[in-house]
Write a protein that binds this ligand. Sequence first.
Ligand code: HPA
Ligand code: ZN
Length: 344
Amino acid sequence: MMNEHPLDQLIRALPKAELHLHIEGSLEPEMMFALAERNEIELPYASVEEVRAAYNFTDLQSFLDLYYAGAGVLITEQDFYDLTWAYLKRAQADHIVHTEIFFDPQTHTARGVEFTTVLSGILRALRQAEDQFGITSKLIMCFLRHLSEEDGFATLELAMPYLDRIDGVGLDSGERGNPPEKFARLFARCAELGLPAVAHAGEEGPAEYIWQALDLLNSRRIDHGVRCTEDPALVARLAAERIPLTVCPLSNLKLCVVDDLAKHNLRELLAAGLVAMVNSDDPAYFGGYLNQNLLACREKLALTAAEIIQLVRNSIEASWLPDDTKAFWQAEITRIAARHAQGE
Ligand code: HPA
Ligand code: ZN
C-alpha cells in the first residue's frame, strides 16, 4: 500500500487476541445469500447490496432485529463450520493469534436447530484453524438476556453433555431493561459447574449494570463497559482489580453509543489504567474486522505507538491463555515493537 501510516504497519504486524466476537455477527451478506439458497430459505432482500444498505442502525435493538433474522439461514453443521471458518481466515489475515468467540445457542435452538449441530460446526472450524494457522481459541456460550432466566437454565441443560468443550459463559442481547441481576441464579449455577463468566454491560445500559455484572454474576471481564467512565468509583475498582474491558469501537459507532469515533473514550480508558483492548463484535454488520477497528481508532483518535502496543498487550493479558503462552506473546510484542521503533 502506498504511503501507509507507519503506525498502521505496526498494527498489522503485532500479534493480537480477539476477545469479543459473536460468531453469528461474522455472517457476511454474501454468505447469507449462499446459505439461504443452499437451505431454500427466502430472504427479504433482492441483493447483497440491499442487505448492506439495510445496515443503518439507530441503537442496539435495531441491529439485533436484523442480526437474529440473518442467523435464520444457519441450519446445518456445515453452515456453522463455513461461518466460523470464514471468520478464522479473516482472523489469520489480521494476525490474530488467539480468539475467544461467543455463540448464541438460543437463537438456533428456538428455530429447531439442535445444540449439537451448532457446537460441532463451530468446533470443527476452530480445530482446523489451530492445526492449519496455529490460531488458538476458546468458546463462550452466551445467554440471551431478553429471554427469561428459566430459558437460560434450559439452554444450560442442553449444554451439559458438552461442558468439556465450552470454556465459559456470557450474557448478550438487548441490555436496557435486562439487568445482570435477572441472571444471578443462572450464573451461580454456571460457577458451580466450573464455567467462568463474562457479561455485556455498560454498552447501552448504565454503570450500575457493570457493578451488577461484577458483584452478582462474578464476571471476569466486562464486554463493552464503555459507560464505566460515568462512575469514577467504578473506574477505580476496574483498574484496581484489573478487570478487562472488551471494547468494540466500530460497533459503538454503528449502534450510536458514540456519534463520532473521534469522541470515543478508548484513550481515556487506557489513561485510567484499565485493561481495555479493541475487538470487532459483529464485524459483518459493523463494517470492519479487528485490524479495521484498530486502524480507524489510530486515525480518528490519533492513537500513539505506545497506546497501540498497550491495547495489544491488554488483549493477551485479558485472554484465558495459560501464563506461559501469554508470556510468549508478550515477548513477541516486545520484539515487534522494538523493530518498529528502529524504523524497520
Ligand atoms: N451487544 C449485545 N448483544 C449483542 C451484541 C452487542 O454488541 N452483538 C451481538 N449480540
Ligand atoms: Zn457483543
